[in-house]
Write a protein that binds this ligand. Structure first.
Ligand code: PMP
Length: 309
């Protein structure tokens, strides 16, 4: 191949290196089954949230110089990375249970982190959501608002889902996905259902989270509180689209952490707690499922080395 025939491998900036993440078969953990995971922690900002932030910034008004977002850490890191590239000021509000590694990562990009109460509903003035709203109001900053914005799920419908579909030649029987804001499952779920209505979409969340009740109508029970970051919510977020989700499975925290360890030791995949949660959910579901099961691993275990490992 001559030099002129070669496509340039140089990206104009790090945001152009988002996506094209690998899909890997989990053949050791789930022997005799076809289970594959898309490794979203291989994005430059470290998580699936790079895609959403890149997509949302396309709609950012041109005069915005200051952005703010409430986040369990990964959206914060993605936004802080993008803000560094675009020369924007960035504030991120996080619940106080967020891992030290994620907080340090956001700060390393030059953004400011605000620790907020994690044991209160969104409407409470001390919640990370309310704090983001007040920073936006006080400083005239733009609040991305991943928990309410339709751009969140659209990012995955437009970007993540077609990429996954192409990588798997459309061979997907069941899509299993952790639910935090619900953007990933709603965007990918809608795309898959539009391609083939027979594809089953199953959400995974920690015990006592609210999405199972929202999808199945089952009564919500117990007090929500989890050590798994990024998944589960006290009340479903506005971006979640229950119409494309067939069922939701709840996983105890210790089982999720156990599957994090097993992913590292048996598959050589150092993934975060929500990936462990999803892997544990798949193990729970396997006796009832057939065909190819596809999932997304949102972030890396490097984010939680001092917490789960
Ligand atoms: N896992 C992790 C580690 C996350 O940070 C998030 C985002 N909150 C999710 C899963 C869930 O993704 P989504 O918000 O798209 O539901």
């Amino acid at each position: 191949m001559s030099a002129s025939e070669r496509t340039s491998q140089v990206h104009a900036c790090v945001l152009d290196a988002i996506g094209n993440t690998p899909v890997v078969r989990l053949g050791r953990l789930f022997r005799d089954h076809d289970v594959v995971a898309k490794l979203e922690f291989m994005n430059p900002g470290g998580s699936v949230k790079d895609r959403m932030v890149r997509y949302m910034l396309r709609y950012l008004p041109a005069d915005v110089e200051h952005v703010v977002e409430s986040s369990s850490g990964n959206t914060g890191a993605a936004l802080a990375m993008a803000a560094a590239v675009r020369g924007l000021r960035c504030d991120v509000t996080v619940p106080d249970r967020t891992s030290t590694e994620k907080i340090r990562r956001i700060e390393a990009y030059g953004a400011e982190v605000h620790m907020c109460a994690s044991d209160v509903p969104e409407s409470n003035e001390r919640s990370y959501y309310s704090m983001a709203e007040s920073i936006a109001a006080e400083h005239g900053a733009f609040h991305l608002d991943q928990y309410r914005s339709a751009l969140n799920r659209q990012a995955h419908y437009t970007d993540t889902a077609p990429e996954l579909w192409f990588q798997l030649d459309g061979r997907i029987d069941v899509f299993v996905c952790g639910i935090g804001s619900g953007g990933t499952i709603s965007g990918i779920g809608r795309f898959l259902k539009e391609r083939d209505r027979r594809i089953t979409v199953i959400g995974i969340e920690p015990l006592h989270s609210s999405y199972r009740a929202a999808v199945t109508g089952a009564a919500a029970e117990g007090d929500f509180g989890t050590v798994i970051e990024g998944v589960g919510k006290r009340a479903p977020s506005g971006t979640f689209d229950a119409a494309v989700v067939d069922d939701v499975i709840q996983v105890p925290d210790d089982t999720a952490v156990d599957y994090c360890h097993r992913l590292a030791r048996e598959e050589g995949i150092l993934a975060g707690g929500s990936s462990g949660c999803v892997a544990a959910g798949i193990a729970q579901l396997l006796p009832k499922l057939s065909g190819r099961i596809v999932t997304v691993f949102p972030d890396s275990g490097v984010n939680y080395l001092s917490k789960y490992f």
